[in-house]
Design a protein around this ligand. Structure first.
Ligand code: NAD
Length: 265
């Protein structure tokens, strides 16, 4: 039996690619395509909208049918409705939406006592390897190295810094004993903007259609070490999310991560 998939944010950039890859893989039965109230394409075939051909599932502004797993790449304001639906219908949840509040992340944690959940700020394999690595690099280099994180995204991205940049920073803080978010400095401006030792500089670039570039710079007097990840297109995230969705179905209730899916936790 193929897992029944519900896509939330189904008409968005990520939602569309998830529908296309799910259809192409033949590994899912798409049973729901949910969008925000008032979306102009409500009622149209979600597969045609995504460019996957007809799938006989209409874009809806509500959850109509219970699936096995929901994949949500939408906006933070959608998160509460998605969690409530998943708990009520015993549906596993993969959420890639970034910019969630502390309270919403707490709600994921509470919900994970009832359903299996994966929340990941970046679903690509390469970035999850980087998440795993940065703390080790920071620890090996030591506190003489200044750390700056630069992320680049398309002009339509609402939240800043990116969820992935924050995860990179959190992992470095965890590994090196820095306070998070206390040691993060967002941007730098003015006459008294000298770098403070131990801080992590966070910088967000927004331009054109950049899919996603993250650079972590470790610099000291005499050398600079840079680790870099470039997402060439959204399919790296969409494919990772579907891999996570397949892995999650049938798992015990808990809050899992992409590292668990990839076996690198
Ligand atoms: P997008 O704006 O193209 O798509 C978001 C879609 O969600 C839109 O179609 C919008 O109408 C819809 N939406 C808004 N409110 C909704 C609601 N209440 N219910 C249902 N749908 C609703 O954005 P995108 O580029 O597809 O990105 C979506 C999210 O995924 C963002 O938070 C982005 O940062 C994140 N993202 C995460 C990863 C990852 O790997 N975790 C990768 C890329 C993007």
């Amino acid at each position: 039996m193929k897992p029944k998939l519900v896509v939330v944010g189904a008409a968005g950039r990520m939602g569309s690619r998830i529908i296309v890859l799910a259809v192409e893989s033949g590994g899912f039965d798409i049973v729901g395509a949910v969008e925000k109230e008032g979306h102009p394409d409500i009622g149209k075939d979600a597969g045609i909208l995504a460019g996957a051909g007809p799938i006989d599932v209409k874009l809806a502004d509500e959850f109509l049918e219970a699936g096995d797993v929901a994949v949500d790449f939408s906006q933070p304001e959608a998160a509460d409705r998605t969690i409530d639906y998943c708990i009520k219908n015993d549906v596993a949840l993969v959420s890639g939406t970034t910019g969630l509040s502390e309270q919403q992340r707490g709600k994921f944690k509470a919900a994970s006592e009832k359903i299996p959940i994966i929340y990941g700020t970046n679903m690509s394999v390469g970035m999850n390897v980087l998440f795993n690595l940065v703390g080790k690099v920071a620890t090996m280099l030591g506190d003489e190295y200044d750390i700056e994180i630069i992320e680049q995204h398309h002009r339509f991205k609402k939240d800043a810094p990116s969820g992935s940049a924050l995860t990179l920073a959190e992992n470095i803080c965890k590994a090196t004993g820095r306070d998070c978010p206390g040691s993060l400095t967002h941007g730098r401006n003015g006459k008294d903007a000298l770098r403070q030792k131990g801080t992590i500089g966070m910088h967000a670039v927004r331009a054109g259609d950049i899919t996603g570039v993250h650079s972590v710079i470790f610099g000291t007097l005499g050398e600079t070490v840079t680790v870099n990840h470039t997402a060439n297109n959204r399919d790296t995230f969409a494919g990772g999310a579907l891999r996570a969705a397949k892995w999650l179905v049938g798992k015990e209730p808990a809050l899992y991560s992409m590292a668990d899916v990839l076996g690198i936790s």
